[in-house]
Each structure stands twice: as structure tokens, then as C-alpha cells.
Design a binder for this molecule. Structure first.
Ligand code: NAD
Ligand code: UDP
Length: 312
């Protein structure tokens, strides 16, 4: 199958590209390196079934011919990145999603939208099920991302209604693994960097906020299963193993064999969700999917990857 991965040079996108190539697909990755660089795809130079197009998907995407799937992974994803690139985040969620949908429509492809647990905002329902509409501040610190993703879900759903485009909406919960930039600002690269430096773990607020972390290989398997077996309604993809950030720091310290104590360096940022855990009953029933990799099993290759990069 010929597949396009928009945002294919990023953390999740590049793992998805690897998986698609390993199963025999022909892959075109499109990226403007807004929050990445050529590094994540460097190992694919010269691959006979891989093509890379450096392009901002906010402009119409100059690809022709048939595609089986268009994966739309393009968007800043780290709160640090979208605070730095707020207008670009809103553009890629709106114009970029529209251009991705047009590519899927004219090439006869299934369109998969990488949405997010952030569409639930600071949730008042716990764990989060797909039929919860969320609690988002439209003018808050995270709104450029949350509302861009909410709009992209609406646009994707509207293409299914108006153009009969086959669509999928993945609500992705916190995912980690090798290739996240160490300076990307998200909590796992931050904690792993601090552990390897033997420093204290810096939590925002008192560290009692919760997240549920999914290893990237599990997520990629879920995205592919969603294309193959899903329908047009949103599906949560994440690991329901919920923990506080203090518990996360303990796990990183244990697996890394290093790291200091947990220290609070700043108050909880505005609208930072206090709890987050996916209800994955729908993914289990529809896709037969659930995560297989525990936090300890996923942290091991992640920490090794950062160690190896530092050694280079
Ligand atoms: P990332 O920042 O590593 O990757 C995003 C990629 O999109 C980057 O390579 C970036 O350069 C590219 N991009 C951004 N704007 C673009 C544009 N206008 N044109 C072309 N390319 C552009 O982030 P990630 O963690 O890999 O996230 C991938 C997708 O998954 C994002 O859409 C994100 O919102 C979604 N998601 C990720 C997580 C997670 O925990 N990793 C959670 C929820 C949702
Ligand atoms: N966080 C933290 N220290 C850091 C980075 C993040 O305590 O160095 C917190 C952040 O405030 C949030 C949680 O960790 O409560 C997860 O943050 P991340 O940016 O990874 O993802 P989010 O789920 O907030 O999008």
C-alpha cells in the first residue's frame, strides 16, 4: 500500500513510518521540521520504498496518485512547543488538516487524524470516555492546541459527512519513547535527562497531578489497527496505567539507577490537567487493541536511547 505520513519526521510519525516500511508499504513522509529535524529519518536514506517531502502542510500538498492511508501527525505536541508556536499550531490544526483531508479525498485514501486527550481539557469526568465533551478554556494557555485539535476533529468528521471520506480519529494520550527531543519540555524526556545528570526531578505544582503513559510501539500498533478495523467516531488510544508525577519520578529513578529527589520548581501552569486516564473499552471492543508494554519495560529502551545519544 502507498501511505502518506504528514508530520513523519516527528517522534510518533517516524516510528509509524518505520512500522509501515517494515510491513512492506511504500511511504511518503511530509514535514517542515517545525518541531523536529532530519535526524529521526536519517536511517532511511536510500530506502527504495521511502520518499521524503520537506513541506509545510498549511499549503496545499503537492502529491499525486493513489494513497491507501493519509496519517495526519503534523502539529507541535509538547506544551513548550505550542506555547512557542501558537499561531503555527492553530494553522496546522485547521489549514493543515484541511489540506490533509483534501489529499485523502482526491487520492481515495482513509484519513487518520491524530487528535489528543487534550480535547478533554482539565477533565471533570474520570477516566475519560469518548462520549465526554470536555472542559476546555477557549482563551487559556493551552487553547491554541486544544481548540485546534477540537476543530480538526470537527473538520475530519464533516469530510466524512459531506465527501464520504473514510476517516478515523485517534485521541492519543501521553506517549513516550526514543526520539522525543530531550529539550522538548515534556515530562518523560525532562525526567530522563535529569536522572542521567543525577539531578533532582523538577515537578510543576506539587506533583500530585496524574497522567497515564503509553509506550510508542503500543500507540503505533493502535493507529494501524484503527485504520484497518475502526469507524469514523473517535477512539481513545493510551495506556490506562494512571500515576502521579511523583510516582513517575520514582519509576524513572529506579530504571535509570540514578536521579535525585522530587522538587517543585514552579506552580502548576494554567489549565494543566490535574488528572488524565483513558477509558479504552471502545478500542478494546472495536480494534481488539490494548497496550502490551509496562512503564518499566518502555522506560528501559527509552533511557538507553538517551544514554546512547549522549555517548555520541
Ligand atoms: P512531534 O513534535 O515530535 O512531531 C510533530 C511533527 O509535525 C514534527 O516533525 C513537526 O515538524 C511536524 N509539523 C508541525 N507542523 C507542521 C507543518 N505545518 N507542516 C509539516 N509538518 C509539520 O510530536 P509527536 O509527539 O510526534 O506528536 C505527533 C502527533 O500526535 C501530533 O499531531 C500530536 O498532537 C499528536 N499527539 C501526540 C501525543 C504524544 O504524547 N506524543 C499525545 C497526543 C497527541
Ligand atoms: N511537568 C513537570 N515537569 C516537567 C515537565 C512537565 O512536572 O519538567 C508536568 C506538567 O506540568 C504536566 C505533566 O508533567 O502536569 C505532563 O506534562 P507534559 O508536558 O509531558 O504533557 P501534558 O500531559 O501536560 O500535555
Amino acid at each position: 500500500m502507498r501511505v502518506a505520513v504528514l508530520g513523519g519526521a516527528g517522534f510518533v510519525g517516524s516510528h509509524l513510518v518505520d512500522k509501515l516500511l517494515s510491513r512492506g508499504d511504500e511511504v511518503v513522509a511530509v514535514d517542515n521540521f517545525a518541531t523536529s529535524g532530519p535526524r529521526n529519518l536519517a536511517h532511511l536514506a536510500g530506502h527504495p520504498r521511502f520518499q521524503f517531502l520537506e513541506w509545510d502542510v498549511c499549503a496545499p500538498i503537492p502529491l499525486t496518485g493513489k494513497f491507501g492511508i493519509v496519517f495526519n501527525m503534523a502539529s507541535p505536541a509538547s506544551p513548550f512547543d505550542y506555547a512557542r508556536l501558537p499561531l503555527e499550531t492553530m494553522d496546522v490544526g485547521s489549514l493543515g488538516t484541511r489540506n490533509g483531508l483534501e489529499l485523502a479525498r482526491r487520492s481515495g485514501a482513509v484519513f487518520l487524524m491524530a487528535s489528543t486527550s487534550e480535547i478533554y481539557g482539565d477533565p471533570l469526568v474520570h477516566p475519560q470516555r469518548e462520549d465526554y465533551y470536555g472542559n476546555v478554556n477557549t482563551v487559556g494557555a493551552r487553547s491554541c492546541y486544544d481548540e485546534a485539535k477540537r476543530f480538526s476533529e470537527a473538520l475530519t468528521s464533516t469530510y466524512a459527512t459531506v465527501h464520504k471520506t473514510p476517516v478515523r480519529i485517534a485521541r492519543i494520550f501521553n506517549t513516550y519513547g526514543p526520539r522525543m527531543r530531550e529539550e522538548d519540555g515534556r515530562v518523560i524526556p525532562a525526567f530522563v535527562g535529569q536522572a542521567l545528570d543525577g539531578k533532582d526531578f523538577t515537578v510543576f505544582g506539587d506533583g500530585s497531578q496524574t497522567r497515564s503513559f503509553c509506550y510508542v510501539d503500543d500507540l503505533v500498533a493502535g493507529l494501524i489497527a484503527l485504520c484497518e478495523k475502526g469507524d469514523s467516531m473517535p477512539v481513545n488510544l493510551g495506556n490506562p496505567n494512571e500515576m502521579t508525577l511523583i510516582e513517575l519520578a520514582d519509576a524513572v529513578r529506579k530504571v535509570a539507577g540514578r536521579g535525585g529527589k522530587v522538587v517543585s520548581t514552579r506552580p502548576l501552569p494554567q489549565n494543566d490537567p490535574k488528572q488524565r486516564k483513558p477509558d479504552i473499552a471502545r478500542a478494546k471492543a472495536l480494534l481488539g487493541w490494548e497496550p502490551q508494554i509496562s512503564l518499566e519495560e518502555g522506560l528501559l529502551p527509552t533511557i538507553e536511547w538517551y544514554r546512547a545519544r549522549r555517548a555520541k
